[in-house]
Design a protein around this ligand. Structure first.
Ligand code: PEP
Ligand code: MG
Length: 568
């Protein structure tokens, strides 16, 4: 048997070896032609829609349990799509005109797929993938085809597929799947998000894997290096078995950091918080012994819904997190909409450059009525824990002042209604624009805290769209411009005596940690799955060594050299 090593995208970390199970794509072809009995066809269509909805609800519940609530939202989105009148009315119209239900579903979905996939925007491409999944599931139902049975693949399997849509991933039994290889997809595909949440090694975009892999063949998935090995030889199997054991030992070693304080080698106590998108994820934070919430992306409460959440709904969500965290800090970022985050019912205006447009705090301040509801909900929730308010995409002091003044007005209103809230609620700024960085000294006089959003700070500092894979060489926290900016922000916070945290992805980068310690960062906010590793990395450094390394790094002039020196 010939062995093959395929380069692919490392989409979910880890190493898995096992027997290949090829997930074949079903034949969705149908006979085209006119249909004489439109009412019967309509009934068939409606029956399929109802079954589709029932199945999605079941699958969403199952995915919620296996991967998490945020991941299950991917499926919930499909419910909205099939119920969206712009799709369903058009399908019904075609059926009334004499087209078959298959044809109606196929052609309407294809119009939307073409429209969304033609847009140079990651979110829109994901929308196209959602509709493709809806189309295929609906066609399967109409054609009476069974779902591929992933639930019963044997223990020790490696799934190989063109792509794995969310409707199939919900069936995965974690214990049975050692790894996944897909021919299509990227790090941001649905399957990648779900595999990371389920901690299954995954490589995407492995060209020709479907041609080379056969059911029952052996495969290794190297989700760290981005490799798929089909029918590996003895030597490769031994090498990977050793790597796997080493990895397991490392994971076991990390568990010693559960429930421990986050301290540097010379005893400096730091805070290690988590980034979450839904109240339910707070449970994962506690499980991993995160010390608080450093970033709750409140837009998740607004996304994938038909209408915006009321003050009461928001209050319940914030209160739930505050209570779960039992007095630990809960930093809630106010609605960060716009840019790549669209919320259809908010009817955001189409802009030439949405990343430079009416997004985040700019949008909230332009929609004060809506924003007051969120601030009221946050103030009310502050009576139940240590809630703090964080403003996204600040670029000038007036934005901070406007929010503070709105909060003061709402406090007076709540006093009048005898509604309790934290009178000393803190209001901080996300520092994620070059402008905020440059005026960090000014902002620090009036903000209660800073949190550095490196994801956006890098994109705006480097003038490089963070979703554009062709520019990924510029998307680096190690560029001297970004490092200088981060050092400056932390310094301004220190001078003003306010805490500075970091909630962008870079906070969990082990290479960056000594620099952040040296600059004086006090709070790291990372994904719950990175808490133990990050705590371990922080434990390794003392200030003196971190300062020496930082001095050397800050004298270097390019990303490659900086990264190489840090890795040595
Ligand atoms: C950031 O910009 O670094 C950040 C944490 O926010 P988001 O990724 O949601 O824009
Ligand atoms: Mg941001």
């Amino acid at each position: 048997m010939a062995s093959h090593t395929l380069s692919a995208v490392a989409a979910s970390a880890g190493i898995g070896t096992g027997k290949i199970f090829v997930v074949s794509s079903p034949d969705l072809s149908y006979e085209a032609g006119t249909c004489n009995d439109a009412p019967a066809e309509k009934e068939r269509f409606e029956k399929a829609v109802n079954t589709f909805k029932e199945k999605i609800l079941e699958k969403s519940d199952s995915l919620k349990e296996k991967a998490g609530p945020k991941e299950a939202l991917i499926l919930d989105r499909q419910l909205l799509l099939i119920s969206d009148p712009s799709m369903s009315d058009e399908m019904l119209r075609l059926i009334a005109e004499g087209h078959s239900a298959e044809e109606a579903v196929d052609s309407v979905c294809n119009i939307f797929i073409r429209m969304f996939s033609g847009m140079d925007d990651e979110l829109m491409c994901q929308r196209a993938a959602d509709i493709l999944d809806v189309r295929n599931s609906m066609l399967k139902l109409l054609l009476g085809l069974k779902d591929t049975d992933i639930a019963s693949v044997p223990k020790g399997s490696i799934l190989v597929a063109r792509d794995l849509p969310p409707s199939l991933t919900s069936q995965i039994v974690r214990e049975n799947i050692n790894g996944i290889i897909t021919e299509e997809g990227t790090r941001t595909s649905h399957i990648a998000i779900i595999a990371r949440a389920m901690e299954i090694p995954l490589v995407c975009g492995a060209e020709r894997v479907l041609e080379l892999a056969k059911d029952g063949d052996t495969a290794i998935v190297d989700g760290d290096q981005g490799l798929a090995l089909i029918n590996p030889d003895r030597e490769e199997l031994d090498k990977y078995s050793e790597l796997f054991q080493k990895r397991q030992r490392k994971i076991a070693r990390l568990s010693q950091y559960l429930g421990k304080e986050t301290v540097t080698a010379d005893g400096q106590k730091l805070s290690l918080f988590c980034n979450i998108g839904t109240p339910e994820e707070a449970a994962r934070v506690l499980e991993q012994s995160g010390e608080g919430i450093g970033l709750f992306r409140s837009e998740f409460l607004f996304m994938d819904k038909k209408a915006e959440p009321s003050e009461e709904e928001q209050f319940e969500a914030y209160k739930k997190i505050a209570e779960m965290m039992e007095g630990r800090p809960v930093i809630v970022r106010t609605l960060d909409v716009g840019g790549d985050k669209d919320i259809p019912y908010l009817n955001l205006k189409k802009e030439e450059n949405p990343f430079l447009g009416l997004r985040a705090i700019r949008y909230s301040l332009a929609e004060r009525q809506r924003f007051s509801l969120q601030l009221r909900a946050l103030l009310r929730a502050s009576a139940y824990g240590k809630v703090k308010i964080m403003i996204p995409l600040v670029t000038c002091i007036e934005e901070l002042r406007s929010v503070k003044s709105m909060v003061e007005d709402i406090k007076t209103e709540l006093d009048g209604q005898h509604i309790p809230y934290d009178k000393n609620i803190e209001i901080g700024c996300m520092i994620e624009t070059p402008s905020a960085s440059l005026i960090a000294d000014i902002l620090a006089r009036e903000a209660d805290f800073f949190s550095i959003g490196t994801n956006d700070l890098i994109q705006y500092t480097m003038c490089a769209d963070r979703g554009n894979s062709g520019l990924s060489y510029l998307d680096s926290p190690f560029h001297p411009a970004v490092l200088r900016s981060v050092r400056h922000i932390i310094g301004c916070g220190k001078n003003a005596g306010i805490p500075v945290g970091m909630c962008g992805e870079a906070a969990a980068d082990p290479l960056l940690i000594p620099l952040l310690i040296s600059f004086g960062l006090k709070e790291f906010s990372v994904d719950p799955s990175s808490v133990l590793k990050c705590r371990h990395d922080i434990h390794k450094w003392n200030k003196k060594d971190a300062d020496e390394l930082t001095e050397k790094i800050m004298s270097l002039d390019n990303i490659d050299e900086i990264k190489k020196t840090l890795a040595d």
